[in-house]
Design a protein around this ligand. Sequence first.
Ligand SMILES: [Zn+2]
Length: 321
Amino acid sequence: MERKKSLQIQALEALVPRLSHRFPRYQDIQTDLAKRMKGYIGEKQMDYHLTTLDGPYRIIPDVHLTVNGDYFQIDTIILSQHAIYMIECKNFDGSIHFDTTLRQFTRNDGQATKGYRYPPTQAEKQKLRLQNWLLHHQQHQAIPVYYFIAIAEPSTIIEVTGDEQSIARLIAHSEHIPTMIAKVERQLSERGVRKIDTMTLYRLITQASREKPSHILTYYDIKPADIMPGVICPNCSTLGMQRNYGIWICLRCKHRSKNAHRRAIATYQMLIKPEITNQALRAFLKVKSSFVVTRLLKSSGYHFNHVKRTWSKINDVSKRQ
Ligand SMILES: [Zn+2]
């Protein structure tokens, strides 16, 4: 299963080129996007290391579950014949420090030391959540659940004061995670732990996993009117392609595109409204003709709902049910 960019990243990427540089939180938004992208790249690198796992493992990236109204996210779940492994990927530049007696966690990026929530406590909480979720889904067989924290940056220095072993069992640089899993697997297999029906579990988790929609407009206090309309050039990212005889033309780099409107329609749906009216899309694409907009919607896989008088994609409807 390929790891996709989160809805949050997709929304931020769609948003940034449509905001004025003078927008009050423009810098914050760019910083947040860069931070999230760094996280995503770290997770992709971890995925690459996980390909070295040898055996009948099923890997599920980016899992979003809810139990008793409590929503939780896990970067990766690995199902093996004997256990479930939860992996959380963390990006820390510089050095990180665990104090197992005081249960404190700090990071020093070379300039300042900052405290964070203590990862082993978070690990326990996440494990409990998943165990609860499994119980809620009729998985009464006590499946062993393990939790690992993968440090994405190979240059991050890990320091421990106190019980080094307890930290070493939980945290490592991404490249060491497969070895840690293989070691636990071997121990469980030697103990003769009952085998898991990984296929059923895989289906159960992937079908239930659903990412929360991102409410970035509310979060950054952005009004729909702050989002600049128009079609973005896929070549040079300039906003404001012009439509001429069925082709989008970029006035800046002269790039010509047949389908540049597709991204704009998806952006409209993601940031402004899931249901599209012809009139609203005319304004957003800056196209005068309602016939042209209808044709663009149809050729992009959208269908008209005669009751609501709006357009949407068939798979959008089924996803929300
Ligand atoms: Zn261009």
